[in-house]
Write a protein that binds this ligand. Structure first.
Ligand code: GLY
Length: 396
């Protein structure tokens, strides 16, 4: 009897210490990744900062072997300050807070811009993170002003926020990416107490569930509406392989968007939607073994088909959140999947060597293959969602 208890105690201790060792190893990997990110962004900061007073001053990608800078009006302008905030959160080094503030405040004119739905991305990733990580509540009014500007694009009869302006090709287009802009609207309602923004966000999310998804929960990229009747004029792609294909980043935007909508509303419909999208991604036959998707799940698969690290980073960040809201079996599944993505992104294949990649952390993303831009390139939003995923991973 005593012998059996002794063996049980030894077995439990061994299990405990091997789990602890695994946890310690994982923590060490994370710490070295954070150190490398700190070093890479620190090394390139003075070079990037030389352009701070130019019209184009936000690093977005690499073009013809040199750094591609964009203006405040580019849809990606919030991601560089956002990444600086994320690095501040990861390192707790005040220097990053100072830098994040400088770049955030260069975007102030965007709060009044009604010309594009992307103001949600731009302002929530920069000013929103300044509030979250820097406790800078003087930014609150900027969130509300931006929500007002974004709300001007709401078409009540169709129940959606218009993404881009009408032109020869589009009447009232809505892209799946637009789900990401809703976070700013929820934030504005929390700050102001005005439920208008919340209601616009949930109406848009509901219409998108109705019209953007196929029966397998993959999504179209663009739904073009008649804004007066809500009728659908066309279902198309803008950045995907085909109109009826599954553009990889679009699936990640949907997953992240509905996970965030569930967080903000506790509406089970959004949770079910996020889980169904997660299952579509996780069970997809075309996902390579390292779990970094091809740029489109329906793109012809070969060794040369470009991967999209940005889609993987967004998926990982979303799954780190979603796993907290679901039953144990799905929770483990989502966590394992996110961890697998993080291991791949931290590997030499995707994680740039120090002083290379024009300062970006990740390699191998895709901007838009149909437009021939940023193919197999670094992207500032890949870095943003990767560093956000690290914060979420660390908080587990
Ligand atoms: N929102 C544009 C993109 O994901 O490329």
């Amino acid at each position: 009897m005593i012998k059996r208890s002794f063996i049980t105690i030894i077995t439990i201790s061994l299990l405990f210490f091997s789990c602890k060792k695994e946890e310690t190893n994982q923590n060490n990997v994370q710490l070295s990744v954070i150190q490398k990110i700190n070093n890479q962004y620190d090394y390139f900061y003075p070079e990037i900062n030389k352009s701070i007073n130019q019209k184009r001053f936000i690093p977005r990608s690499i073009h013809h072997d040199s750094l591609k800078l964009v203006s405040a009006f580019d849809w990606t302008s919030g991601f560089y300050p956002g990444t600086l905030w994320n690095i501040y959160k990861l390192t707790n080094d005040k220097k990053w807070q100072e830098r994040a503030k400088i770049y955030t405040e260069k975007l102030s004119k965007i709060q009044y811009w009604e010309g594009n739905h992307d103001v949600g991305f731009i302002i929530e990733c920069s000013y929103g993170n300044g509030i979250k990580y820097g406790d800078l509540h003087l930014y609150d009014s900027i969130i509300v002003n931006t929500a007002k500007a974004l709300s001007t694009r709401f078409k009540p009869k169709a129940g959606i926020i218009q993404s881009w302006n009408a032109n020869k090709k589009w009447n009232c287009p809505v892209i799946i990416d637009n789900m990401m802009n809703l976070e700013l609207l929820f934030h504005a309602t929390k700050i102001s107490g005005d439920s208008t923004y919340y209601n616009i966000a949930t109406t848009h999310a509901n219409t998108t569930i109705k019209n953007h998804f196929r029966s397998d929960y993959s999504s179209f990229h663009v739904i073009d509406y008649d804004s007066e009747t809500g009728d659908i004029i066309q279902k198309k792609t803008h950045q995907g392989f085909k109109d009826n294909s599954s553009w990889a980043r679009g699936q990640s935007w949907g997953l992240y968007g509905y996970t965030m909508c569930f967080r903000e509303t506790k509406n089970q419909t959004y949770l079910q939607q996020a889980m169904a999208i997660a299952n579509y991604i996780i069970n997809n036959k075309n996902i390579p073994t390292d779990k970094i998707p091809l740029w489109d799940y329906n793109a012809p698969k070969s060794k040369e088909t470009p991967r999209d690290a940005s889609a993987a980073a967004i998926t990982a960040s979303a799954l780190f959140e979603l796993h907290k809201y679901v039953d144990e079996e799905n929770s483990t599944k989502y966590l394992n999947y996110a961890n697998d993505i993080m291991s791949s992104l931290a590997s030499k294949e995707y994680f740039a060597d120090y002083k290379t990649n024009e300062g970006f952390i990740l390699k191998h993303s895709v901007g838009s293959i149909p437009h021939g831009t940023e193919i197999d390139a670094p992207l500032n939003y890949a870095d943003y969602y990767y560093t956000e995923a690290l914060i979420r991973e660390q908080s587990l």
